[in-house]
Design a protein around this ligand. Structure first.
Ligand code: TEU
Ligand code: CA
Length: 542
């Protein structure tokens, strides 16, 4: 199903809006901001996990899939949020974390108390392998009570579930059904391409183990079954987070006739600033590589009738304006260019909270200000590798997931209007310059630019159903593509650099300006572009 007439807004609940001033965002905080989201024009919200959890990984470690963590509110608050969303025509997607549970989950507790039935819910082994956890260290943890290791691809308090066990799958389908019965309109499935583990567990002598469990042997069977047994017959939007995946697999995950999911998140385009493919080594982003990856994925997915989720930011990524843009002199312009470049590709755009006002990286000057488990683990790993404290901190500052997790900057009041008491993670000190209130009434703001981007999707069919073509992929500064259907053609031109540049355009007749972050000007054969200019033109065919 082509759902690309929709725009999704991602809410990281802990940092979105705090309604009861305990410093933690919550469900009622979302309800309070629905009019803002309506104003922005989005169709869906995706809310990150708010289920009962010890919060070692901010809710991606679930203890009970049916209960709401008291820090986020009550089931009544959730029902009320759903009701208000229906009234306002905002659809709701929930985040299902099915690769693992918290080790506080009762299944895990029963397992380690010796219950063999529940041991089969997880992956317990007598021996460990050399696989590494994605958060650093071994992927296996020893439980002395039962003398076995269990697998955890993430933190040691996140134990991987055994999808081979039919009982596990049945339990998880029940969870999906429970939330469907509450009227939710879609789901995001966390690291769902990691759920199918190999039959034998062996050392990986060329890597960290991921080649054995990424897009694993039964993955398509499991997703087809999940689809059939839960949301398949309904018109729900589903998106899978695909870690280190391949196009070949994504064509199936998000193929229109495959009956798996509606879209995929893939991450290859967000690794073009990893030196030696290592997230913890800094490098300027490789623009040509970025364009090659984006265009390759777009063209292959198009060819096979499959759909990408379009995104620069989420709660695991640094802020895009600080990363591929310029968060100082050209903050406003570069944020708009980046927004345009991703938003008009073929697929469903996901806007991450704060992105629409150009929120930046944290610039925390002390490791103690960082909260994320991954940041602390890697800070220690970097120190152990011989880096000094400042070098390690500089890497964490660029790469920490906390860059995307600071409180949304609503206004210039204390704590940026997120809360009246000290938030769980510090507010960035630029909140007096960068906040929603300031941008609401500024015609030239990033916020109003995002509104326009959303609006032109609703008004121009080629953005929804047009085919995509790329041009000038070898150009050192410019990203350019067209969206084409039988009624119209749209041309998108983005200068990714803080310098003037030129581009030659062959066929310029009949185009009219639709959107720009720069001065009004016509499409020209020899286009001159200023720093971070972006232009979108359209011509009608009939
Ligand atoms: O993320 C999976 C994931 O692959 C990233 O966390 C990645 O490992 C990290 O950026 C590596 O540098 C999902 C969630 O989005 C994330 O918040 C959770 O921590 C993770 O799964 C485990 O549930
Ligand atoms: Ca709260």
């Amino acid at each position: 199903m082509n759902l690309s007439d929709n725009v999704v807004y991602q809410i990281y609940i802990k940092s979105f809006n705090d309604s009861n001033n305990d410093g933690i965002g919550d469900l009622n905080g979302i309800t309070e901001k629905l009019d803002y989201l309506k104003f922005l024009g989005i169709d869906y919200i995706w809310i990150t996990p708010f289920f009962k959890s010890p919060q070692n990984d901010n809710g991606y470690d679930i203890e009970n899939y049916y209960e709401i963590d008291p820090i986020y509110g009550t089931m009544e608050d959730f029902n009320n949020l759903m009701k208000k969303c229906k009234e306002k025509g905002i659809k709701v997607m929930l985040d299902m974390v099915f690769n693992h549970t918290s080790t506080n989950h009762q299944w895990f507790k029963k397992a380690i108390s010796g219950d063999k039935n529940y041991q089969d819910f997880y992956i317990f082994n007598d021996k460990k392998t050399n696989w590494l956890s994605k958060f650093g260290g071994s992927a296996w943890e020893f439980v002395s009570d039962i003398s076995k290791y269990y697998l955890h691809l993430f933190d040691k308090t996140q134990a991987d579930l055994n999808w081979k066990n039919e009982k596990v799958r049945e339990e998880l389908y029940k969870v999906v059904q429970f939330w469907m019965d509450k009227g939710v309109d879609g789901f995001r499935f966390d690291v769902v391409n990691l759920i199918s583990k190999p039959n034998i567990f062996e050392d990986d002598n060329i890597g960290d183990g991921r080649r054995f469990y990424t897009d694993g042997p039964k993955i398509h069977k499991y997703l087809k079954e999940l689809n059939k047994r839960t949301f398949g017959s309904k018109k729900l939007m589903t998106v899978g987070e695909m870690s280190s995946t391949s196009i070949e697999n994504c064509i199936k995950y998000a193929g229109e006739n495959e009956n798996e999911l509606s879209q995929v998140f893939s991450f290859h385009h967000l690794k073009v600033d990893y030196k030696n493919k290592d997230k913890w080594q800094l490098m300027d982003f490789d623009f040509i590589e970025l364009k090659n990856i984006l265009s390759k994925w777009q063209l292959e997915m198009q060819k096979h009738n499959a759909w990408n989720a379009l995104f620069w930011c989420n709660h695991d990524q640094p802020r895009i304006v600080s990363r591929f843009g310029d968060d100082k002199i050209f903050w406003n312009k570069s944020a708009k260019t980046l927004a345009t470049s991703i938003h008009l590709l073929r697929g469903v755009p996901y806007i991450y909270q704060g992105e629409e006002i150009g929120m930046t990286n944290t610039n925390f000057d002390n490791i103690d200000k960082f909260i994320d488990i991954e940041s602390h683990n890697y800070y220690n790993i970097l120190i152990n590798q011989g880096l000094d404290k400042l070098e390690a901190l500089n890497i964490i500052k660029e790469r920490s997931r906390d860059n995307g997790r600071t409180p949304v900057q609503w206004n210039s009041n204390i704590y940026a209007g997120f809360s009246e008491s000290n938030p769980w993670i510090s507010v960035i000190d630029n909140y007096k310059d960068i906040n929603v209130e300031k941008q609401l009434n500024d015609k030239n703001s990033i916020l109003n630019f995002y509104r326009q981007l959303i609006k032109i999707r609703k008004e121009n069919s080629s953005i929804v159903n047009g085919k995509i073509e790329f041009y000038n992929l070898e150009h050192s500064d410019i990203f350019m593509y067209k969206r084409i259907n039988e009624d119209e053609e749209i041309i998108v031109i983005c200068n990714f650099y803080p310098k003037k540049t030129k581009i030659k355009i062959d066929d310029i007749d009949g185009y009219e300006l639709l959107l720009t972050n720069s001065e009004n000007k016509k499409l020209e054969e020899n286009m001159l572009l200023n720093e971070y200019d972006t232009y979108v033109y359209k011509r009608r065919k009939r």
